[in-house]
Structure formats: structure tokens, C-alpha cells
Design a protein around this ligand. Structure first.
Ligand SMILES: NC(=O)c1ccc[n+]([C@@H]2O[C@H](COP(=O)([O-])OP(=O)(O)OC[C@H]3O[C@@H](n4cnc5c(N)ncnc54)[C@H](OP(=O)(O)O)[C@@H]3O)[C@@H](O)[C@H]2O)c1
Length: 433
């Protein structure tokens, strides 16, 4: 902190893209309010970018742009560093450098936190500085702080989240218009909801990073992105969405984190959820996180999960907190990973399943299929049969069973003479037993 009679805080912003430009805008437009809320003026002293001459969505004050991100992050007089570059490197080295040089850090970097959060938290601990990251999960929605602070006295048992706006937009489009996946993806790209290369969103990598962060926070343990089971939505068909509708359900890409005894599970995959579940009403590119805890019961956090301005709102909220902490010479909560829980393999995860099977249309088929389920101890809740000439389709919804039991059942079904194909297997969440 600069040492005049009235303290002033110096802030450096690393990155000036979608989020960084809005952070810079809010820092300059709301300087007076921020000063009043923090208790001291917060002076923007530098903005690091890759290209000095790129077009920006904000007018960066004269002389503040630099390509020397490390020099800026490690400047001795900088009190607060905001990292909104993204990715693993150089973001990790920049955050570590900033902490070692004595700055407090705010980041929106889910990929880095999910891959190597422990290195960052340990560095923050060692330096005695804050590391805040509300914007890393579900954009503007306050969820990191509720898990880290508000629910710190409760026992969270389950977190179910729609944490990727791109995939929610695509699935919602498929539901409302009957479109197939490719058509809905194209529309999402045209409207700017999906990137030209949509892999990170569509294949669930982005949601898996967020699931790792949520599971770590909720269950006071370390879960990394590689611990999270991941399936994207590119295999979801218009027929799956139609089947869901027939069951009064919708298909959503869910991040699911559960406490099972002393262990945890974390997974991301498409699932059918009943229309009566609060997450079913999350439409378009919106996000929501549904938390179940022992004492509080059920809580839902809802709002815009991405976009420069909403994400910058979360970044600035963190900035105000770490700035106040800095003035008071205190720290907020650090990492809470004391529980050191085992992460269960996907095969041990328990849920319900919707299985569509094309079979020969003849007597005894239903009984044979039911026997295959029974052999693997998967009990059937409902079966629907539709004739199609010489073939029929059976749609089976099971009671709760492990993923391993279900995989064995599907493998068994695929080997049966009367089974032409198992056309769809989808997990069913948020319903009964
Ligand atoms: N966009 C969202 O809706 C959103 C939502 C939640 C969280 N986040 C997270 O926020 C972070 C930033 O995302 P974004 O969408 O704002 O990214 P972005 O638009 O791609 O911006 C990245 C910025 O970092 C700068 N940069 C890249 N490499 C650099 C380097 N080596 N040194 C200095 N600057 C460098 C770029 O400079 P140039 O401009 O010169 O290329 C650019 O200004 C990511 O961690 C992301 O996961 C984003």
C-alpha cells in the first residue's frame, strides 16, 4: 500500500479482453463509489495485454497498457492484481509472481484453479495474501462465497449445477424448436453464444473445471478437473429430447457433486430432469446452481453465467473485499481442504437411467430385456413399448443403480439376438428413487 496519510490502493489488471475490458470500465467509471466502499481510492496503475494495438471495448487511460505482464504483476507498489488472461500459462506464473511480491489476487481463471488450484492456494497462504475467484464459477452468480463463507457452518451434501451457458442454450433450443444438435449449435454460434471452436463448452471441459471447483469448496477437499467424469452434449439427439418431453422432463448438461459417506463424486454429463425440478426452468444461456445441505435444505443460485459485464461484476465484488482486507491488514478465508476425501470412480456413482432399445417385435422380447436388467440387479421403474413393423422400441426407466451395473446391462443387451441396437442411454436426475 502506498504510504501517504490517506491510503491509496494500486491495482493492476492482467488481460483486457471480454472480461478485462469490463473490469477496466467499472474501475474507472465507478472509481468514486469503489473508493467509498473500500475506504480508500483504488488507482488503476496498469493493464497488461498481448497486443498493444488491438481494438478494445474500453478506452484504457493513456499510458497504462503494457505487454510486460510479469513486470506489472510483480511491481513492488502494486497492492491488488486482477488476472483475467485465462489458461494455464502464463496466468499461473503471473499469479504466483504477484503473490510472492506481496499483492492480493482476484482471478476468473477456472481452468487454472481446477487444474492446479493447490499451488495457488499454498502460495497465497505462504505470502499471507488473499486469493479470490468468485468469477471462476457461473459468472455473475454468487456461489463461491456462499459455499466458502455462508454455508461454512453447514454440511453440504449435493451440488447440481447448470454451469455452462452455451450448452444450456443449445439444449433449450433443441427442446423448444425440435432442432437437432448441429442446427442448434449453428444458431448458438450465429448469436455469439458459442465459440467458432465450441469443444470446451460442448464436450463439457468448461463445466468439468467448474465442477472441480464446486466439489472442492462444497466438501472441503481437493478435486481437480481430471477427477471429474465428463461427457458432453454432442451425442444428444432430437429423439432424446423428445423422449425427455414424453416423461415430463428436459435434458440439461449437469455438473453433479455429491458427498457419499466420507468420499465424494463429481461428474458432468447430460441428464433428464423432471419439469418440477427448479433447474428445469433455467432457459437459454442462463446458469443456476442448486445446493442441498443438511441444515439449510435446498438453495438455488441463478443468473447470467458468462459475458464480460456480468463476470466483471463478480470480479469487482472480490476486488472490494480484498481491498478492504488489505486496508485492515487481514485475510479472508484461504483454502479449506482439511477433509481430504477420496473421489469415487464413475462406476460407483448411483443414479437412474433412461435406456432406449430397438428390438425385434415378437413375443417374449420384453421378458428377455427385463431379465437382462434383473441379472445386473438393475430394477425397472417403467417400460414403454412402441411397435414399428418388424421392430419395436422399448424405453426403460430404471430405479437407482450404479453406473457400473448399468454399463454391464447395456453391454449385455447389445449382445442379445433380439436387440438391434441400444440407441440411447441417459441418466435421470432430480427425481424419485
Ligand atoms: N468471457 C466470459 O464470459 C468469462 C466468464 C467467466 C470467466 N471467464 C474467465 O475470464 C478469463 C478471461 O476471459 P476472457 O473471455 O476475457 O478472455 P479474452 O477475451 O480472450 O481476453 C484475454 C486477454 O488476455 C490478454 N492476454 C493473453 N495472453 C497474454 C499474455 N501472455 N500477456 C498479457 N496479456 C495476455 C489478451 O490480450 P490481447 O487483447 O492483446 O489479445 C486479452 O486482452 C478466463 O480465465 C475465462 O475463463 C470468462
Amino acid at each position: 500500500m502506498s504510504g501517504s496519510r490517506q491510503p491509496r490502493l494500486k491495482v493492476a489488471v492482467l488481460g483486457c479482453g471480454s472480461v478485462g475490458s469490463q473490469v477496466v470500465r467499472l474501475l474507472t467509471e465507478q472509481a468514486d463509489d469503489l473508493a467509498a466502499r473500500v475506504g480508500a481510492p483504488v488507482d488503476l496503475v496498469g493493464v497488461a495485454v498481448r497486443r498493444l494495438d488491438a481494438a478494445r471495448e474500453v478506452q484504457v487511460p493513456e499510458g497504462l497498457l503494457t505487454t510486460d505482464a510479469l513486470g506489472l504483476a510483480t511491481r513492488e507498489d502494486v497492492d491488488l492484481v486482477i488476472e483475467v488472461i485465462g489458461g494455464i500459462e502464463p496466468a499461473r506464473s503471473l499469479i504466483l509472481g504477484a503473490l510472492e511480491s506481496g499483492a492480493s489476487v482476484v482471478t476468473a481463471n477456472k481452468a487454472l484453479l481446477a487444474e492446479d488450484g493447490s499451488t495457488l492456494f499454498e502460495a497465497a497462504e505462504k505470502a499471507g495474501r488473499d486469493l479470490y475467484y468468485e468469477a471462476a464459477v457461473a459468472g455473475a452468480i454468487p456461489i463461491v462465497r456462499p459455499l466458502r463463507e455462508s454455508l461454512a457452518g453447514d454440511k453440504v451434501t449435493r451440488v447440481l449445477g447448470i454451469v455452462n451457458g452455451t450448452t444450456n442454450f443449445i439444449l433449450d433450443k433443441m427442446d423448444t424448436s425440435g432442432a437437432g444438435f448441429s442446427e442448434a449449435l449453428e444458431e448458438a454460434q450465429d448469436l455469439g453464444y458459442a465459440e467458432a471452436d465450441p469443444t470446451a463448452d460442448v464436450e463439457g471441459f468448461d463445466a468439468a473445471a467448474k465442477a472441480a471447483i464446486l466439489a472442492s469448496l462444497a466438501f472441503h477437499t481437493r478435486v481437480t478437473a481430471s477427477d471429474v467424469y465428463r461427457e458432453g452434449i454432442s451425442e444428444v439427439t432430437a429423439a432424446d429430447v423428445e423422449s425427455a418431453r414424453e416423461m415430463n422432463s428436459v435434458v440439461k448438461l449437469l455438473a453433479i457433486c455429491e458427498l457419499k459417506g466420507d468420499a465424494v463424486s463429481a461428474r458432468v454429463h447430460p441428464a433428464m430432469i423432471p419439469l418440477s425440478h427448479p433447474l428445469a426452468s433455467v432457459r437459454g444461456a442462463y446458469n443456476a446452481v442448486f445446493v442441498e445441505s443438511e441444515a439449510a435444505g435446498q438453495l438455488m443460485f441463478y443468473g447470467p453465467g458468462a459475458g464480460g459485464s456480468p463476470t466483471a461484476s463478480a470480479v469487482l465484488g472480490d476486488l472490494v473485499t480484498v481491498a478492504r482486507n488489505r486496508l485492515d491488514d487481514v485475510r479472508g478465508p484461504g483454502e479449506s481442504a482439511y477433509a481430504a476425501r477420496t473421489v469415487l470412480p464413475m462406476g460407483e456413482t448411483v443414479t437412474r437411467y433412461h435406456v432406449a432399445i430397438d428390438v425385434e417385435d415378437r413375443a417374449g422380447v420384453l421378458a428377455a430385456v427385463a431379465t437382462a436388467f434383473a441379472e445386473h440387479d438393475v430394477s425397472i421403474q417403467t417400460v414403454r413399448q412402441e411397435g414399428r413393423g418388424a421392430e419395436a422400441q422399448l424405453v426403460v426407466v430404471s430405479h437407482r443403480a450404479t453406473d457400473a451395473q448399468l454399463s454391464d446391462t447395456v453391454e449385455h443387451l447389445r449382445k442379445m439376438d433380439i436387440v438391434r441396437d441400444v440407441t440411447s442411454v441417459m441418466r435421470v436426475e432430480g427425481g424419485g428413487e
